[in-house]
Design a binder for this molecule. Sequence first.
Ligand code: NAP
Length: 286
Amino acid sequence: MKIGRLTILGVGLIGGSLALALKKRGVVEQVTGWSRREQTLQKALELGVIDRAEPDPGAAVQGAEIAVIGVPVGAMESLFRRLAPHLEAQTVLTDVGSTKGSVVEAARRAFAEPPPLFVPGHPVAGTEQSGVEAAFAELYQDRRVILTPLPGTDRDASSRIRTMWEQCGAEVVEMEVAHHDQVLAATSHLPHMLAYTLVDSLARMEESEEMFRLAAGGFRDFTRIASSDPQMWHDICLANRDALLVMLERFSADLARLKDAIREGEGEHLKQTFLRAKRARDRFCG
Ligand code: NAP
C-alpha cells in the first residue's frame, strides 16, 4: 500500500517513529506534522521525520489520506474537537494512545459519534525516552500493534491501518476496547506503577544516594521504565483508572500474602511463588 499524504498530529517518539518507519520503507510520499510547540516541528523537519510543518491541526489534516494522533491520552479530546470541523470524508483517522476506552469516549464527546473512518489503535512498543529526537524507524519491527475497531468502524479503514502497521514490521491484532484496557492494565500499566513506586520509595530514604550507587543490574532492569515521561503516565493512570485499580488490588493482596509468608517463615509458600513466577517468565520469554 502507498500513502500519498500522511499527517502526524503529535510528532513525538511514537508518531515520529511511525513516520520514519513508513518513509524508510518508501510507503509514504509526504508527511505533514503538527505539534504543540513550534520547536518540536522545527526539530522534526531538521531530522527528516516530517516534510511539511503545519502549526494549525485543522490545516494539517486537509487532504490527508491517513491522520495519526500521537499526543498524550489526556490531550486527545481537545485535539479531536479542533479537528472535527476540518476532517474530510476520505481521511482515515487513527491514534496511538496507550488506553482505548478513554480515547473512544473522548472521540464520542468531540464528534458526537466516532467517525466511521476512525480506527483506535495502540502500538505496544516504546522506550523510556520521549520526544521527536528519540524517534527511530525500527521501533515497530517485530512488535505488536493492537487495533480496537468499533462496531461502526469501516472495514476498509481498519484494513488500511492494519496494512500501514504491517508495513512498519509490526504484527497487528484486533480486540475489543475494554479487553485492551484490562490486558494493558496488567502487563504495562501495573508494572509502571511498581517501578515508579519502588524508585520513589528508595529515593525518599535518607541513604538513597548510597543505595542507588550500589544498585546492581537487576535494579536497573527492573526500574528502567520509571524513567518514562511522568505526564504521559499521569494521563494513562487516570484514563484507565478502573482496570488499573483492579490490578493494583490484586497485586497488593499477593504482596501482602508474601509479606506474611516472610514474617512467618513459610519457606514453602516462598519457594512455590518464586517457582511459578520463574516458570511463567521462562516460558513467556523463551
Ligand atoms: P512524546 O514523545 O512525549 O510526544 C508527545 C507529542 O504530543 C509531542 O508532539 C508533544 O508536542 C505532544 N503533546 C504533549 N502534550 C500535549 C498536550 N497537552 N496537548 C497537545 N499536544 C501535546 O510522547 P510519545 O511517547 O510519543 O506518546 C504519544 C502517545 O503514544 C501517547 O498517547 C502514549 O500514551 C502513546 N504511547 C506511548 C508509548 C511509549 O512507550 N512512549 C507506547 C505506546 C503508545 P510538543 O513536543 O510539541 O510539546
